[in-house]
Design a binder for this molecule. Structure first.
Ligand code: HXC
Length: 519
């Protein structure tokens, strides 16, 4: 063989690998509205940046006639490339090869890039589209999954891990995405469940479709398992690119600061009037978020789940932050179990990756009732408390309106090592709201008044007295729990100044094996 022949042989093999399971299966993939594993990588990464590993890997199975079926890559495309010039590692499951099912060698390919990503300190993005364990490989496939899970666990908090689900993701296979930081699902074709509809029917008798059991709507609205839903795969891949623009490469780096032309002292006069005079009237906290951040550009996370708390990424003068905000427009912004878990996980992600936290507070308290108590709101609320208290990143809290009871303490209060705590003049910081307080403090007197009109007047007067005395920011400010009461229209500037002053903040937790988060 001449050297030319050898080079031609290499090029032919590369072409063979790129065909995956063959033209027919690629056509079938396209006919479902799905992209191939390689097309997805092309959209995800900077053009021409992909360097592939293990293109020539094939499986080693000989049973079930597999000795006669070999496909180069063995069903998963792996390697590294760049996003906005920064290195990322990627694996993309190829449904055209054995339904993207996972073999021993396939698992090894994923483990190889995960190991290297951890050594290099670069994010891993996994694109899932797979029939699960390769049935012919039996326990070797299960072992392969466990190897990946172990690496997901070791990489957690070390490098960002992001999962896209663009096809089936079922059985134990769901646990790799579940161990990563963010899951994105495409609107069409994607589903995730531990047990599929057929087995569900056999075991429980429940008759349910794939879509209703584990489709994207289920996971973004009901279970909260998925953080993003994308109209199509391309949009999903672009969301992942955007997400990474807020993240450092690893836990030892600071979040990436970019140039910003949005003026830091941009005053937003509208904010001075945004809080309704009536304390029970809702408003949309997203209007406040959008008006104070750079260019109004907010990447909301878990937009459709537990909407009483809003979480997401934004920048202030080019500095990435994680925003947590109570949403008065939904359940009056009350904290319930789902909202607490949602915000807690987000706070911990930001803390793990050195992303400062900006918290906007308007919370009437924790949601009362047996449903919440039986559902363990004590332990779920504690998660959020724990997350804030444990976080050592810069923490800036702005109380917009209500900040009552335990929820006041939880939402980034001074005593949970809040670095800079501001309040708007509309803030009401107290043990509880006026109605509840008066019922308890004046209950006996209220019961003694027989005339209903007189009773109502008495309650109104007492509530006013309470509001004047406690429902303001100055009581808390007089103890130094609030560092300053700020004019709403200056909020952007004050937050930027606060972030600048905290840029070199150092804080630590005592050395220990790990904490015992109330799970
Ligand atoms: C081997 C598989 C496979 C698998 C699909 N294929 N799943 N090969 N192992 N798990 C192959 C098919 O034989 C077919 O090969 C090709 O992939 C495409 O599959 P189709 O069934 O034709 O595609 P579609 O109709 O789109 O259905 C997709 C599917 C279905 C819903 C994913 O294939 C399916 O139900 N597969 C089995 C899923 C499953 O039970 N997996 C094991 C789960 S347990 P040809 O040659 O015809 O193209 C598990 C445990 C993990 O994963 C535990 C971790 C701890």
């Amino acid at each position: 063989m001449t050297i030319e022949d050898r080079i031609q042989h290499l090029l032919d093999k590369r072409e063979e690998a790129k065909l995956g399971g063959g033209e027919k299966r690629v056509a079938s993939q396209h006919s479902k509205g799905k992209l191939t594993a390689r097309e997805r990588i092309d959209i995800l990464l900077d053009p021409g940046s992909f360097e592939e590993f293990d293109m020539f890997v094939t499986h080693r199975e000989t049973e079930f006639g597999l000795d006669k079926q070999h496909y180069l890559t063995d069903g998963v495309v792996t390697g590294h490339g760049t996003i906005d010039g920064r290195v990322v590692y990627v694996f993309s499951q190829d449904f055209t090869v054995f339904g993207g099912s996972l073999s021993e060698t396939y698992a090894k390919k994923i483990c190889k890039i995960m190991d290297q990503a951890m050594k290099v300190g670069a994010p891993v993005i996994g694109i899932n589209d797979s029939g699960g364990a390769r049935i012919q490989e039996g326990v070797k496939s299960l072992a392969g999954y466990a190897e990946i899970f172990q690496r997901n666990i070791m990489a957690s908090g070390l490098i960002p891990q992001i999962s896209a689900v663009f096809g089936p993701c079922a059985g134990g296979a769901v646990y790799s995405p579940a161990l990563t930081d963010f899951i994105l699902m495409s609107k069409e074709n994607s589903y995730m469940f531990v047990t599929g509809p057929k087995v569900t029917k056999t075991v429980t008798g429940e008759d349910i479709s794939t879509e209703d059991l584990g489709g994207p709507e289920v996971h973004v609205k009901k279970s909260g398992v998925a953080h993003f839903i994308a109209e199509d795969e391309e949009e999903g891949l672009l969301i992942i690119r955007k997400m990474l623009s807020f993240f450092p490469q690893n836990n030892l780096e600071d979040a990436p600061v970019t140039e910003c032309s949005d003026p830091i002292d941009r005053k937003e006069d509208l904010l001075n009037d945004i809080i309704p005079v009536n304390a029970n009237q809702p408003y949309d906290v997203k209007d406040i978020i959008q008006s104070i951040i750079d260019y109004g550009d907010f990447l909301e996370v878990q937009r459709h789940y537990a909407q009483n708390v809003i979480i997401g990424f934004a920048k202030f003068n080019g500095m990435p932050v994680g925003i947590v905000a109570n949403q008065p427009n939904f359940l009056a912004g009350v904290l319930d179990s789902n909202a607490s878990r949602k915000a807690a996980r987000f706070v911990r992600y930001c803390d793990a990756f050195n992303i400062p936290l900006v918290t906007l507070v308007d919370v009437p308290g924790f949601l009362p009732g047996s449903a919440q108590e039986y559902g363990g709101i004590i332990i779920h609320g504690a998660k959020l408390l724990f997350a804030y208290g444990e976080a050592t990143v810069p923490k800036i809290t702005i109380t917009l309106r209500k900040s009552y009871g335990g929820a006041h303490d939880v939402m980034g209060s001074k005593q949970l090592r809040g670095d800079i705590n501001y309040a708007w003049p509309s803030a009401e910081i107290a043990v509880m709201g006026p109605a509840g307080a008066i019922e308890i403090l004046e209950g006996r007197k209220i019961n003694e008044i027989e005339d209903e009109e007189e009773k109502a007047l008495f309650i109104k007067a007492k509530e006013k007295e309470y509001r004047d005395r406690f429902a303001n920011p100055y009581e808390a400010a007089s103890y130094g729990y609030i560092d300053d009461v700020i004019e709403p229209r200056n909020t952007r500037f004050r937050v930027i100044r606060a972030l600048q002053s905290l840029a070199t903040k150092k804080d630590t937790n005592p050395p220990k094996k790990h904490s015992n988060l109330p799970l």
